[in-house]
Design a protein around this ligand. Structure first.
Ligand code: DX5
Ligand code: ZN
Length: 227
């Protein structure tokens, strides 16, 4: 049985007070922090890199560290970069918990999964909207999570692509115990569609960080996934 995980995407936060913004969503019930890394090459936009993630780790404890006095969160790094292999070692060192690469960005996904795990991180693989989901069938048993993009990667605040739910359904039928994440345009208005299709890890940027009451949005989404 998979559990409901809500992962606010910090791309939609106010970067001038990133630490406080993250503490706020953690205190509002977020399980993970979704950290979007863009290189201006794999996607037509840039976001943030290692120095920011490393700084954030100093004010947010590891999810599995019961002794920390800090608010804790799992760092879910979504690597929208070409040559993801280049960044595995660095991201492990700075405290990334899960490294999600794009299937389209690597020549050897099997070797990359092994490399990520060798560095002590969980390994996940993502497909863009135009990539058929069957490319993940062979890889899935070695993955900790599959990410089905519900927007073209590169920008926050885009419209949710409901037609991606057939990919989620297909994966859920084949892999009942796999974490399946959806990312892009999610909020209270469509989380039910994603949950019904079988997604259990919900990324939400704009709908959480720009909400008047993030705890209400996070709580609502968690309930829908658990229903
Ligand atoms: C898009 C990113 C998403 C995005 C989600 O490239 O991968 O994580 O920030 O933001 P919203 O929820 O605003 O679509
Ligand atoms: Zn993302």
């Amino acid at each position: 049985m998979v559990r409901a995980i809500i992962a606010p995407s910090i791309l939609a936060s106010d970067f001038t007070k990133l630490g406080c913004e993250c503490h706020n969503v953690i205190n509002s019930g977020a399980d993970w922090l979704h950290i979007d890394i863009m290189d201006g090459h794999f996607v037509p936009n840039m976001s943030l890199g290692q120095p920011v993630v490393e700084s954030l780790r100093k004010v947010i404890g590891k999810y599995n560290d019961p002794d920390t006095k800090l608010p804790r969160a799992f760092f879910d790094c979504h690597m929208m970069v070409s040559e993801p292999e280049r960044w595995v070692e660095d991201f492990a060192r700075i405290g990334c918990d899960q490294f999600t690469f794009h299937y389209e960005a690597t020549k050897d996904p099997v070797a990359l999964v092994k490399l990520i795990k060798k560095h002590g991180m969980k390994a996940a693989c993502s497909v863009k909207p135009g990539t058929p989901v069957d490319v993940l069938y062979e890889l899935a048993p070695s993955l900790d999570m599959a990410l089905v993009m519900t927007v073209e990667p590169g920008f926050g605040g885009q419209k949710f692509m409901a037609d991606m739910m057939s990919k989620v359904k297909d994966l859920r039928t084949r892999f009942p115990n796999l974490n399946i994440q959806v990312d892009g345009g999610l909020g209270k208005q469509n989380v039910e569609l994603a949950a019904e299709a079988g997604a259990n890890v919900i990324v939400a940027g704009t709908s959480v960080f720009r909400a008047h009451d993030p705890a209400d949005v996070i709580g609502f989404m968690k309930t829908k996934v658990n229903d």
